[in-house]
Design a protein around this ligand. Sequence first.
Ligand code: PGA
Length: 250
Amino acid sequence: MTRRPLVAGNWKMNGLRAGLAELEAICAGYSGALKAKADFLICPPSTLVAEAAAKTAGKGVMIGGQDCHAKASGAHTGDVSAEMLKDAGARFVIVGHSERRADHAETDAIVRAKADAAWRAGLTAIVCVGERKEQREGGKALAAVREQLAGSIPEGASPDRLVVAYEPVWAIGTGLTPTPGDVAEMHASIRAGLGKRFGAKGEEMRILYGGSVKPQNARDLIIQPDVDGALIGGASLKAKDFLGIAAAYT
Ligand code: PGA
């Protein structure tokens, strides 16, 4: 089974229109062996999705949203629906990022409804899971992630509609990372869970690692069995760093 790696950038609440120059530089670097070996995705803030999609058209770099509402439309001031992201040119949407779970009290049930909304709109959902520091330290990381996965992924998942991102909360934006062995153990556990629930399709689903991925540690963290790419926050804001991470695949 060969899964094509996905190198995904999450710009979070960063990026003005001028910042799209970095996206153009990422497109310029997406060629040759890199293009042959991996998919590229950038998830800018929703204000930039349409312009980013227009700028990347025909260049192979895909654009995604960072969150969506569960409903298609309605009286939900400030929210963005999956249909709106799709209409703006997005192909993916991140749901259940730990910052959303923490800042907006998003539960597994809410995340699951958002993943369903992504599918309804024809987007691929990147469902994020990851243990907190005390869960890792208490030996409960695998169980915590297993529970999040069970609650956050809707029925009917398929490899073209679902990507899982394992992001330990304590590793996001901190410069801390799990050991390569801990990453491999977690990804094997997630893979087993997907297989149990979705059968052979679980083998084809991509599982990304996220949390302080940098050009210097990319190879150790993402060139592992059952790690099918990276979800990159801070280092995705600079084309040089993003391309430096992706170079692990060449
Ligand atoms: P980071 O963020 O790479 O800045 O740690 C990762 C993420 O939150 O997706």
